[in-house]
Design a protein around this ligand. Structure first.
Ligand code: ADP
Ligand code: ZN
Length: 520
């Protein structure tokens, strides 16, 4: 489609101004709108805040018939409804929470609706399908389309039932929308919703003003305190559990004297919304939160997002860090990770149903490759989202201060054999003692000073043991046992046999300072 010559697009631009009050399309909105007006099914992958809703709302106001919007969250639907109605668009929702469903159905039959929002569980019912035939449909918009993919992080079986509905209306174009879709999820969406391969529109995921930094976690409170000193302004700290949220919030407040408040699902509703409101209004408050925080929050001047533990996936990391610097000014995203984070996450994978384990393991491996890369963090992120970025960005820790990469294959073999020979039940401290030849009661009692691996690591090599053990845990070659000991896993056999080399990243000494300010 030639956007310039498309008369419909001129009309769309006019409506953009008159209905929505915007001067111009943003990003790839115009392309999506233009495809939809041309009747071509499309998958639009755009980051949160890119303006996805407009890409179906605008065509809905221009076309004969109703746009059916399938959306998974009733609360989001009602937000959208309010916004659309405020713009003078004729819209309604049909959910279990709506008392006025009779009127809504009548309005639809009478052709009086531009937009009709429905939940997937309703959309997949055949009765609903029959009802839809009572009036012309202009478009199917499928919001949060990644829910159709089991590979996506938010699979919803009802989305799988949508294809039969869509196929009842083969001439109605489909617009699938999502903010988080890696290549596999995207391919799934195209197949599951019957959208042609060339219908994919991928908008830019880069957030150039965000500086990415990933550090090993030593003392999270002190590390975040240092970050707060270097980076004034509002910030979000994500912590993995409610207990950690409260603990970190309390200690940070005491250490910095700043306004630091907790947010998690276990707090009374009033306290939670009061803390959130205070954060949104504040110019220097820090909120410590579980991932429950942030959905639907529009605060453009968040100056940093810190992770006190690893996020669930690269998608989650991108989404959570994406809450920093929406105003376009410099902002920091700093993750503090620990080997135990990966060990625990990998342990949880073994408790999942068989058919989900491989996917979850792959997700962790990808997150690990982001954490352990000696190269550009941004490049890893953007490649993950299917883009083809420059090799270096100049605005992440590794680009600003390139780390050294060390081949530690021999040391890895020593470490893994020590774990094996001591019976795969001791923690890192014990293994380290055995390898470096230092004795204590336990080493002697167990006779570990008699093992062939006793004292085979010395000097500089001994310095490598800790970062190496971390890296092997992050990769899953070392896993933790129930009692906190280390055992062999994943690629350990290949490394022991000498079939696989092991390289690790040695952070530059200068990087002992954490979370440097985004002044560059
Ligand atoms: P998404 O669904 O992609 O997260 P939204 O549809 O909620 O994003 O839009 C995010 C914000 O951007 C909204 O406040 C919306 O009004 C605004 N917006 C959308 N399109 C434009 C545009 N072309 N120009 C300016 N603002 C826009
Ligand atoms: Zn970079």
């Amino acid at each position: 489609i030639n956007i310039e010559d498309d008369g419909k697009l001129d009309l769309a631009r006019e409506k953009l101004r008159t209905i929505f009050g915007f001067e111009s399309f943003r990003g790839r909105q115009a392309e999506v709108v233009s495809r939809i007006l041309g009747g071509q099914s499309t998958l639009a992958v755009m980051p949160t805040g890119a303006g996805k809703s407009l890409t179906y709302q605008l065509p809905a106001t221009m076309q004969h018939g109703t746009c059916i919007v399938i959306s998974p969250l009733i609360a989001l639907m009602h937000d959208q409804l309010r916004a659309a109605t405020a713009n003078g668009i004729r819209a309604a929702t049909l959910t279990s929470a709506d008392a006025d469903w009779r009127e809504t159905m009548d309005a639809y039959r009478a052709g009086e609706l531009d937009l009709l929002y429905v939940a997937p569980e309703r959309a997949s019912q055949s009765r609903f399908c029959d009802f839809l035939t009572s009036s012309p449909i202009a478009l199917f918009a499928i919001d949060e389309a990644h829910c159709v993919s089991e590979w996506g992080h938010d699979f919803r079986p009802d989305y799988r039932q949508l294809l039969p509905l869509l196929e009842r209306f083969p001439d109605v174009p489909r617009l699938a929308l999502t903010a988080t879709a890696d290549q596999r999820t995207r391919a799934d969406i195209l197949t599951q919703l019957g959208i042609p391969q060339d219908g994919l529109i991928l908008a830019g995921f880069d957030r150039p003003n965000i500086r990415y930094t990933i550090r090993h976690r030593e003392n999270p409170v002190r590390q975040i305190e240092a970050l707060m000193k270097e980076q004034p302004g509002p910030g979000i700290v994500y912590a993995p559990t409610r207990r950690k949220v409260e603990d970190i919030a309390e200690k940070l407040a005491a250490a910095t004297g700043r306004n630091v408040l907790p947010y998690h699902a276990g707090l009374p509703a009033e306290e939670r919304s009061a803390n959130q409101a205070e954060f949104v209004a504040s110019e220097d408050m820090v909120i410590v939160a579980t991932i429950a925080f942030g959905m639907g929050i529009d605060k453009p001047d968040v100056r940093f997002v810190a992770h006190a533990g690893i996020p669930k996936s690269i998608e989650a990391y991108y989404q959570e860090t994406g809450r920093a610097g929406r105003d376009g000014d410099p902002a920091n995203a700093v993750m503090f990770w620990g080997a135990g984070d990966f060990a625990q996450a990998r342990q949880r994978v073994t408790e999942l149903p068989e058919e989900r384990r491989n996917d979850e393991r792959a997700r962790l491996d990808m997150l690990d490759s982001l954490v352990e890369t000696p190269g550009c963090r941004r490049a890893v992120l953007l490649r993950h989202f299917g883009e083809d970025p420059e090799a270096t960005c100049g605005n992440c820790d590794n680009c600003l201060d390139p780390p050294k990469v060390s081949d530690v294959t021999q040391t890895a073999r020593k470490l893994l054999s020590a774990v094996y020979r001591t019976g795969q039940s001791f923690g890192f401290g014990h293994i380290q003692k055995v390898l470096t030849g230092s004795t204590d009661d336990r080493v002697e009692q167990r006779g570990h000073d008699q093992l062939s691996v006793f004292g085979i690591v010395a000097g500089d090599e001994a310095e490598m043991l800790k970062p190496l053990s971390r890296a092997l845990q992050a990769r899953g070659a070392l896993v933790s046992t129930e009692h906190g000991g280390l055992a062999l896993g994943g690629d350990a056999p290949a490394i022991l046999k000498g079939d696989q080399a092991v390289e690790i990243v040695i952070p530059p000494k200068a990087n002992k300072r954490n979370g440097r300010g985004a002044r560059g």
